[in-house]
Design a protein around this ligand. Structure first.
Ligand code: C2O
Ligand code: CU
Ligand code: CU
Length: 500
C-alpha cells in the first residue's frame, strides 16, 4: 500500500519519467505508444456471456444465483491465467430483468477473501447497492432484492470493496445487467441476444511472461495498469460472424483505467442509440465514440454482404497530463466483423427511440460543487464512516463537477441517472444528451449534472459518488451521500459491514 502511494506520487510529481521499480528507482522511457493494428489475428469467435438463469418463486420474484470463484482461464497459448469469475472462471453471465419485476439474488462468495457485487446504474435501496458497506465475507452468501423501477438500459455489475476494487475487477469480476421495458421490447432495433444484439465487455490487460495478469506495472502513468492487449468478453481479438444487415453492440468499457475512442477501420458511420441510462430520444450518427471506464453505449452498425471491418480504438483527444503513458495515443485493433454473403434484414433504427432527459426546467433544491484532484474530491479522501452530505428525497439537485488536475478522471453517481445540463456553460455534445450515470471529465471543464432523488430513503446507509478510474477510487477519490426522507437527518454508518 505504501509502495503504491509512493509510486503514484512520483508519477504525479515528475511526469512519469522516473518510477519506483523492484526496490530502487528506475527510468521508464515514456516511449512507444501502442499500435496493434495488423498485429491481431482474430482467430476466435466472439464468446457471448450466457444469460443468467433465474427462477420465478411463489411470490413472483425472479431469483438469480451467482457464485463468485477463482479459477484459471486460457487467453493465450501456454499457461492458463489465474482469474476470478461469476458462475465461471472469468466475467459473469448477463443478468436480464424487466421493469416492474422484483429481482432477488443469492450471491455466494467462494473466494478466500471478502468481495462485493455492485449493480452499477441501478436505482435501488442503498442497502442493496453492493458497495463498500455490503461486502460479502469469504464463504458467505448475500441476498439482496429490489423492484426494478427504471427504463430499459444496459447496466452492469462489479465488485466495490474500498481499496480493492481495482484488483478484484482486474481479476475478472464483472458482467452485464440488461433492463428491458415495454418500449425496448416493442422497438425495432436489433434485439436477438448473441445474434444481432451483442454484448461487448471491452477490457485491456497486461500479461507477464507466464501469462499471468500484471496487476502492477512499473510504469509512471497516473492510472495504474494500462494493458497492451484488448479483450472482448474475455478473449483477445475475437471475430464476429455477421448474419444481419444491422447489428447492435452493447459496449461496456470494463477496463480499470483505459479510455477508448471507438471507431471502425474504414471510418464508417454508426448510430449511437443508447447511453448509460437508456435509449436516446433519437439516434446520433458518428464515426467515433469515447467511453471512459464504467460508461456504456449501445450503437447500431450497418454491414454489407461479404465485407470485413475491424472495431478499433483510436488515439483520443483527451489531452491532459501524461497522455502517452496513459494510453491516449494508442491505436488498438479490438474485434473483426465478417459479414456473410447474404444478410437478413428486419430490424431498423427508428427515428425516435426513447424519452429525452427532462430535468432542465425543474426547480433545483440544491446546488453542490465537486472538485476532483489528487485522489480527493473537494480535498477530502473517502472515509467509510463519514457521510459527506444528505440529499432530500423527491428533489432535483444540480452538481457542478470539475477535473482540476489534468489527469484522466470521470464521475459516477450511484442510485440515479443524471442529465448533463451544460459543459463549461455550453450545450453538451450529442453523445452527452441522453441519460448518464458516469461522465468523462475533460480537464478544467465544468460539468453541470442534474439528478432527481426519489424513493429508497435511508439516513444511515450511504451511496457512493466517485471517479471510476479504479486506482483513483481505491486511493480515496470517492465520497458518500444518503437520501433523506421528510424530517430525517444524516445518520451514522453502522460499525459492522458484514453480512451473513
Ligand atoms: Cu461502477 Cu461505484 O461503481
Ligand atoms: Cu455504480
Ligand atoms: Cu480519477
Amino acid at each position: 500500500m505504501k509502495r503504491r502511494t509512493a509510486l503514484k506520487t512520483l508519477g504525479f510529481g515528475i511526469g512519469g519519467a522516473v518510477v519506483l521499480t523492484g526496490g530502487g528507482y528506475g527510468v521508464y522511457y515514456a516511449a512507444a505508444k501502442q499500435d496493434t493494428v495488423g498485429r491481431v489475428t482474430f482467430d476466435k469467435a466472439l464468446s457471448i456471456p450466457p444469460p443468467a438463469e433465474s427462477k420465478v418463486d411463489s411470490t413472483g420474484a425472479r431469483v438469480f444465483t451467482l457464485g463468485i470463484r477463482s479459477g484459471r482461464t486460457r487467453f493465450k497459448a501456454g499457461s492458463t491465467t489465474r482469474t476470478w469469475g461469476v458462475n465461471g472462471t472469468y466475467l459473469g453471465p448477463t443478468i436480464r430483468a424487466r421493469r416492474g419485476e422484483r429481482v432477488e439474488f443469492a450471491v455466494h462468495n467462494g473466494l478466500d477473501q471478502e468481495t462485493s457485487l455492485h449493480w452499477h446504474g441501478m436505482h435501488l435501496p442503498a442497502a442493496m447497492d453492493g458497495g463498500p458497506h455490503q461486502t460479502v465475507a469469504a464463504g458467505e452468501t448475500w441476498r439482496p432484492g429490489w423492484t426494478i423501477d427504471q427504463p430499459a438500459a444496459s447496466l452492469w455489475y462489479h465488485p466495490h470493496v474500498h481499496g480493492s476494487t481495482a484488483d478484484h475487477m482486474y481479476r475478472g469480476l464483472a458482467g452485464l445487467f440488461i433492463v428491458d421495458d415495454e418500449d425496448s421490447e416493442a422497438s425495432t432495433l436489433p434485439s436477438e441476444y448473441g445474434v444481432d444484439d451483442l454484448p461487448m465487455i471491452v477490457q485491456d490487460r497486461a500479461f507477464d511472461g507466464d501469462n499471468q495478469f500484471e496487476e502492477r506495472v512499473p510504469l509512471g502513468g497516473s492510472l495504474g495498469v494500462i494493458g497492451d492487449e484488448v479483450l472482448v468478453n474475455g478473449a483477445i481479438g475475437p471475430y464476429v460472424d455477421v448474419t444481419t444487415g444491422l447489428v447492435r453492440l452493447r459496449l461496456l468499457n470494463g477496463s480499470n483505467a483505459r479510455l477508448y475512442n471507438f471507431g471502425f477501420s474504414d471510418d464508417r458511420t454508426f448510430s449511437l442509440v443508447a447511453t448509460d441510462g437508456g435509449l436516446l430520444a433519437r439516434p446520433w450518427n458518428t464515426e467515433r465514440l469515447s467511453l471512459s471506464p464504467g460508461e456504456r453505449a449501445e450503437i447500431v452498425v450497418a454491414f454489407k454482404p461479404g465485407e470485413r471491418v475491424e472495431l478499433r480504438s483510436y488515439p483520443s483527444a483527451y489531452g491532459g497530463t501524461l497522455g502517452r503513458v496513459d494510453g491516449f495515443d494508442d491505436r488498438l485493433d479490438i474485434c473483426q466483423f465478417r459479414a456473410a454473403a447474404t444478410l437478413s434484414d428486419g430490424a431498423d433504427i427508428p427515428a425516435s427511440l426513447g424519452v429525452a432527459p427532462d430535468l432542465a426546467g425543474e426547480e433545483v433544491a440544491r446546488e453542490r460543487s465537486f472538485v476532483l484532484a489528487s485522489d480527493r474530491i473537494n480535498s477530502r479522501s473517502m472515509a467509510m464512516d463519514r457521510i459527506d452530505f444528505g440529499v432530500r428525497e423527491g428533489t432535483v439537485e444540480v452538481w457542478d463537477v470539475v477535473n482540476d488536475n489534468g489527469f484522466l478522471h470521470n464521475f459516477h453517481v450511484h442510485d440515479v441517472r443524471f442529465q448533463v445540463l451544460a459543459v463549461d456553460g455550453g450545450k453538451p455534445e450529442p453523445h452527452l444528451r441522453g441519460w448518464k450515470d458516469t461522465v468523462l471529465l475533460a480537464p478544467g471543464k465544468h460539468y453541470r449534472l442534474a439528478m432527481r432523488f426519489h424513493g429508497h430513503t435511508d439516513p444511515n446507509t450511504p451511496y457512493m459518488y466517485h471517479c471510476h478510474l479504479l486506482q483513483h477510487e481505491d486511493n480515496g477519490m470517492m465520497g458518500q451521500f444518503v437520501v433523506l426522507g421528510e424530517g430525517e437527518k444524516v445518520g451514522a454508518v453502522p460499525q459492522s459491514h458484514h453480512h451473513s
